[in-house]
Design a protein around this ligand. Structure first.
Ligand code: GLN
Length: 486
């Protein structure tokens, strides 16, 4: 048995039954990293010592007959924008190349409290800006299903780690699709929770009004277990909600008989790859078979979502990234006066995509242009949000393709920002609306690349979202497939 290919719940059962130890699980993952990390370029930092020490602690608990926490002894990874005390946190940027995190992010603290085994930090687009993990200062990550393709992004390291069995799950971030799109490209499940459901404290910000944190894993049940561990109010993040956190995993099995699933016509138009369209259609048929009622709906403001996103996001980026000034964190090129230090540090430390967004954002926020761009985009954002609110009066869950196309080739879109931005067309409206979205595996293209579908629900209704995904997963085998890496 390949221990590192189990799901979290299967591994937990095995640990409890003493079929294997946490140290064995951890070693299996570390060996996989040693074997394939050069090829796929997933881990920026491996915290081997920390992982083995944590595994030993859990094994002792098991031998003592102690009750185990839901994630105890299970190896995982963190996108390199999470602070893990004492470990490097580069955010995929040269400007933070040697930055050591002085504290744990709230989510890291929470999984540590559950006795998680942290294997290390994985690759990301620079400051999470991108859809391919190619903008990282650590180089591009490859898709384990086809090494000539991107794994998606920006949580491409997280998705590739889980798909190639270098750990059971990974924590990522999603501002415009960065959990769902790589999960889709790598054939695994990924959840972007409701804005405010999971604390962002200790995770580097991109666009604060859209940033969310969530899990990537091999099954919906695993996603439910992780969400329960990381969700909840946090005194250090004022945007977190007091909405109660429920036992999501316990509610999965209720089935979806009579559930109304909305299909928004705007997500099935021009530009949708025929294979993705066919796979989405067969997923819809499967949901029908499971007892759901399929309802055609319309989300009319969808067509403005991408334009709106690419005004709001760069604006917030231009403010958030001002802190990397050569004085407080990481790289510092202190030549000449203060202004020269700012200019030199940022010119040398930041990559092209990050600079592009800072420039666009600064422009959109500047006096004279603010009303025409930023303010207008905020108004459109409200309309997009209302679109979803209206739709959820009619249906319980909405289904769309996660992305218009399957994984593309490394280098294919890297020099063409607009084509790259179009990759996010189905995922950004969800961040603008602040609702939860789940991508689950739904099939494969003829050339063997995974394709996913995206499920959406009302704010804080992760319960119905996960239940719907679980019902699909129980009836299909796509989530059980894994890539043969050559
Ligand atoms: N690809 C999108 C962007 O570059 C989303 C990024 C993200 O969700 N972090 O903005």
């Amino acid at each position: 048995m390949n221990l590192n290919y189990l799901t979290i719940s299967e591994a937990m059962d095995g640990l409890r039954a003493k079929q294997f130890s946490s140290q064995e699980l951890t070693t299996a993952c570390l060996e996989q990293i040693k074997k394939y990390n050069k090829k796929i370029n997933v881990f920026i930092t491996v915290t081997e010592y920390l992982a083995l020490e944590q595994a030993q602690i859990v094994d002792r608990k098991i031998n003592n007959g102690d009750k185990l926490n839901p994630l105890a002894g299970i190896p995982c990874s963190l996108k390199d924008v999470f602070c893990l005390k004492g470990a490097k946190a580069t955010a995929g940027s040269k400007i933070l190349q040697n930055y050591i995190a002085p504290y744990d992010a709230t989510t890291v603290k929470l999984i540590k409290l559950n006795d998680a085994v942290i294997l290390g930090k994985v690759n990301t687009d620079e400051f999470t800006m991108g859809s391919s993990t190619e903008t990282s200062a650590s180089g591009a990550t490859r898709n384990p299903w086809d090494l000539s393709c991107v794994p998606g992004g920006s949580s491409g390291g997280s998705a590739a780690a889980v798909a190639s069995a270098m750990g059971f799950y990974s924590l990522g971030t999603d501002t415009g699709g960065s959990i769902r799109q790589p999960a889709c490209f790598c054939g695994i499940a990924g959840l972007k929770p409701t804005y405010g459901r999971v604390s962002r404290y200790g995770v580097m910000s991109m666009a604060s009004s859209l940033d969310t944190i969530g899990p990537l894993a091999r099954s919906v049940k695993d996603i439910a277990l992780i969400l329960e561990a990381i969700a909840g109010v946090d005194i250090n993040d004022a945007t977190t909600s007091r909405e109660p956190v429920i036992n999501y995993a316990a509610k999965l099995g209720k089935g979806i008989k009579g559930l109304k699933i909305g299909i928004p016509q705007e997500y099935f138009g021009q530009g949708l790859d025929p294979e993705v369209a066919a796979i989405t259609d067969s997923a819809i048929k499967q949901f029908k078979k499971l007892g759901a009622r399929i309802v055609k709906i319309s989300l009319t403001y969808t067509k403005y979502a991408l334009a709106c996103y690419y005004i709001i996001v760069p604006s917030e980026i231009s403010a958030n990234l001002a802190r990397y000034d050569g004085i407080r964190y990481g790289l510092s090129k202190s030549e000449g006066d203060l202004l020269a230090t700012y200019l030199q540090t940022r010119a040398q430390g930041l990559g092209d995509e990050v600079k592009r967004r800072i420039i666009i954002g600064t422009y959109a926020l500047s006096a004279g242009y603010y009303d025409a761009y930023y303010l207008k985009a905020q108004k459109v954002r409200t309309l997009i949000k209302q679109d979803f609110e209206k739709a959820f009066k009619q249906v319980g869950v909405i289904l769309t393709p996660t992305t218009p196309r399957p994984a593309f080739k490394i280098g294919e879109k890297n020099n063409d920002p607009l084509t790259m931005y179009l990759e996010d067309i189905f995922t950004v409206p969800i961040n603008l609306a602040g609702i939860p979205g789940l991508s689950i595996p739904a099939g494969f293209t003829k050339s063997g690349l995974p394709v996913g579908v995206q499920l959406l629900a009302k704010q804080f209704n992760e319960e119905d979202l996960l239940r719907t995904g679980y019902a699909f997963e129980q009836a299909t085998d796509y989530h059980k497939m894994y890539p043969i890496i050559d």
